[in-house]
Design a protein around this ligand. Structure first.
Ligand code: OAD
Length: 255
């Protein structure tokens, strides 16, 4: 059970914020049936090796394996729906002046829930691009326009290279525009709400510290302490699908 007095104090901070930045991770989508990466029992990286599936070198070694894994994940996510945590964040836009969501998630569920200003730091499942970005970064290809199957990485229609998912892999840079805007709003925000991330993957993991250094309050929602917890002003322990609706209700009561 979340500590009600901490919840109320966190709600007071949010109610007074002109700019709230949310940093979300895989945990916010867990209650939508989308697996996280590092949960010991059912996290993706406990069952699959990221070095075989989520690096440019892995794709070069075995493009069909990587292609079929991302096809499988894209299918899984296409049938997932936002949960009360995503909806609570979308509703919060009607209560406070400005919210920007920085998400490490590639599932599109914040958008489906109705949030308006979302920066996708790690790309998007179900969007595909040329590995060589032969027509500019990114060279996004609409699969409806080409022939392909779920087991073989198809060729780019413009060059000889293959198509890959438009997500950020280990060892790759984040999309420049997304990262620049994330750094900017992290420095400008009054409150950063960090939800469902282990805080181990850079540069996203450093955004809460950047916000703290710029005098923002950091509020964390997570069932378990994370690498962010020591830097948080308020730690709301529990599932985001339960805590976020309660938090938004408490913010409404302040406003
Ligand atoms: P992780 O899998 O590392 O962490 C998930 C976090 O969600 C953990 O801290 C859990 O305690 C928490 N969690 C679990 N259930 C939750 C719930 N119901 N409500 C709220 N939180 C819950 O996922 P990320 O931190 O998002 O990168 O991982 C960061 C990046 O690592 C991902 O974007 C991905 C991965 O490799 C790329 O694919 C580039």
């Amino acid at each position: 059970m979340v500590n009600q007095s901490v919840l109320k104090l966190a709600a007071e901070e949010i109610a007074q914020a002109n700019l709230l930045v949310v940093l979300s991770g895989a945990g916010i989508s867990k209650e939508s049936g989308v697996p996280t990466f590092r949960d010991a029992q059912d996290g993706l990286w406990s069952r699959y090796d990221p070095q075989e599936l989520a690096t440019p070198a892995a794709f070069r070694r075995n493009p069909d394996l990587v292609w079929s894994w991302y096809m499988y994940r894209a299918n899984l996510v296409s049938s997932a729906a936002p949960n009360p945590g995503h909806f609570a964040l979308a509703e919060l836009e009607t209560v406070i002046p400005k919210i920007v969501i920085l998400t490490q998630n590639v599932d599109g569920l914040h958008e489906q829930a109705g949030s308006n200003d979302i920066i996708e730091l790690h790309g998007r499942l179900g969007r595909w691009k040329c590995f060589a970005n032969c027509r500019g970064t990114p060279t996004v290809i609409d699969l409806a326009q080409i022939e392909y199957d779920a087991e073989h990485a198809p060729k780019c229609p413009y060059c000889t290279d293959r198509l890959r998912p438009d997500v950020v892999w280990f060892g790759e840079q984040l999309p420049t525009n997304a990262l620049d805007r994330a750094l900017e709003v992290a420095q400008q925000c009054d409150v950063m709400l960090v939800v469902g991330t282990s805080g181990v993957v850079e540069p996203a993991a450093s955004l809460p510290q950047i916000a703290r250094s710029a005098e923002a309050k950091v509020i964390e929602v997570n069932p378990e302490p994370s690498m962010i917890t020591a830097d948080a002003n308020f730690f709301l322990q529990g599932k985001s699908g339960e805590i976020l609706p309660a938090l938004v209700e408490a913010v409404r009561a302040q406003a």
